[in-house]
Design a binder for this molecule. Structure first.
Ligand code: SAH
Length: 212
C-alpha cells in the first residue's frame, strides 16, 4: 500500500465485504498489490476491483481474495495448493498464513512473472509450477487446503482426490460466461460437506498448458 489513507480505505473495503478475520486482514495489509500489477494499472492497485494482467487474465478483486482466503481457514502448518497463479498476489497472501504453497499456472509467462514478483517481496515458501492445474499436483498430494481461482463447471475429480481428510477446498463453480457460485467443500468423517458462499465471476479453468 502507499499512504496510510489508502491503506485504511483498502482495509475498510475488505471489512465491508465481510473479510473480518484479523490474520487475513494483516496478511493483506502486509502484501503490496502494486507489486503484482503492471504499468498504468499499478495506480489502481489499492482499489477493490479486478485488474487486467498479461495473457488476457485478471488479478481478482481484493475483497474476493480476502473472502476466499478466510473461507480456507488456514493453519500455520498447512500445505496448500492453488490453481491459477495469475499475478501471484493470492499466492503471496496464502504464503503468509500457511507453511508451504504450490501454485499452478497454465501460462508460462504468467508463471515467470509471478515468480519474479514473489521473489521481489521476499516470499520463499511458494513453488510456482507451469502446468495444467485441473490435474492437481499428485507428487505433492495430499493437500490440507486447495484453492481454485478459475471457474470449472464442477470440482475437478483429480483435485478432490488430492484433498486430505479434514481438508478444505474453495472454488468457483459454474459456466464461464455466467455468474458463478463460490463453494467450500469441507471433508470430514461423514463425507464432503458443500457450502455456497457467494456469487463471483472468474475466468474459466482451461485444460492444457498454454503456449505463451
Ligand atoms: N489467483 C490469481 C488470479 C487468477 S486469474 C491472482 O492472484 O492474480 C485465473 C488464472 O488461472 C489465470 O492466470 C489462468 O491462466 C489460470 N488458469 C486457468 N486454467 C488453468 C489451469 N487448467 N491450470 C492452471 N492455471 C489455469
Amino acid at each position: 500500500m502507499s499512504g496510510p489513507e489508502e491503506t485504511m480505505q483498502f482495509l475498510f473495503a475488505l471489512r465491508r465485504h465481510g473479510v473480518t478475520e484479523p490474520r487475513v486482514l494483516s496478511a493483506m495489509e502486509a502484501t503490496d498489490r502494486r507489486a503484482f500489477v503492471r504499468g498504468v494499472f499499478a495506480e489502481r492497485a489499492a482499489a477493490d476491483t479486478p485488474l487486467p494482467i498479461a495473457c488476457g487474465q485478471t488479478i481478482s478483486q481484493p475483497s474476493i481474495v480476502g473472502l476466499m482466503t478466510q473461507a480456507l481457514e488456514l493453519g500455520q502448518r498447512d500445505k496448500v495448493l492453488e490453481i491459477g497463479t495469475g499475478s501471484g498476489y493470492q499466492a503471496a497472501i496464502l504464503a503468509r498464513l500457511a507453511r508451504r504453497v504450490y501454485s499452478i499456472e497454465r501460462h508460462p509467462r504468467l508463471a515467470r512473472e509471478a515468480r519474479a514478483a514473489l521473489d521481489g517481496q521476499g516470499i520463499v515458501n511458494v513453488t510456482v509450477v507451469t502446468g495444467d492445474g485441473s490435474r492437481g499436483l499428485p507428487e505433492q498430494a495430499p493437500f490440507d487446503r486447495i484453492m481454485v481461482t478459475a471457474a470449472a463447471e464442477d470440482p475437478p475429480g483429480p483435485l478432490l482426490a488430492q484433498l486430505r481428510p479434514g481438508g478444505i477446498m474453495v472454488l468457483p463453480v459454474g459456466q464461464s460466461d455466467h455468474v458463478q457460485t463460490l463453494i467450500r467443500i469441507r471433508r470430514d468423517a461423514s463425507g464432503d460437506q458443500y457450502d455456497e458462499l457467494c456469487q463471483v465471476r472468474f475466468v474459466p479453468l482451461v485444460e492444457g498448458v498454454a503456449r505463451d
